[in-house]
Design a protein. Sequence first.
Length: 234
Amino acid sequence: MNNLKSFSSICNCCNHNIKTAYGFIWRKEGDTDLFDSVDDSCRKIAVYDICGNIIELFDDYIKASKKYHMRGTPILKCCRTKSTYRGYIFRFADEAYIPPKITRRKIVGISSEGSIVRYDSISDASKSLKCSYQTILNCLKKRNGCKRCGGYFWRYEDEYNEKENFSCRVGNKVNEYLMDMTFVQTHDSIVDAARYICKINGRNLHSVQGGISNCCRGVIKYSNNRIWRFSNTI
């Protein structure tokens, strides 16, 4: 039992979970912080938020690792390399942390009918339209084939060209039916159909749009108490 306790203590010291074991500092062979860790282990550790405000202050990295249930080595590395670890910003308390400047680019949303909405940032657009931040970003960056989100094509304001034609990009027309397959009306696109439904029941545009799309593709039988079909498949 004593041998097991000794082994455990030495392992914890090697993994930076405790400072010393049996009066010695233990490190794995090849550990590059063998000498630096002696001084750094005594330095206070500060945890910051992204705005540069101190969340918590610890007497050493061991106490920080226990509080956040992390190994001590990555916390020390984070402090030395001025990086982050698991979403946290760890720094030596005697070294000031200066948060990076965040630039917010204004964006423009253009509907297929030509109406325009403007937002100060992607975050503002995402909150206002209740749609995915990442999808809007993908549209702006033209990633993963994303073209529209929340019923709009997206461009950065400084890249927006008023002469660019978006009206020709309207998707397949969609027929709306009651549950007994009684024809109701035809919508110019899935997005237009989703907007119409949202005006009636006030639901989230993104989820309604997904339901109509799945119904048109035969993934589900109906959506929002309606049956939906692409007009060119009837």
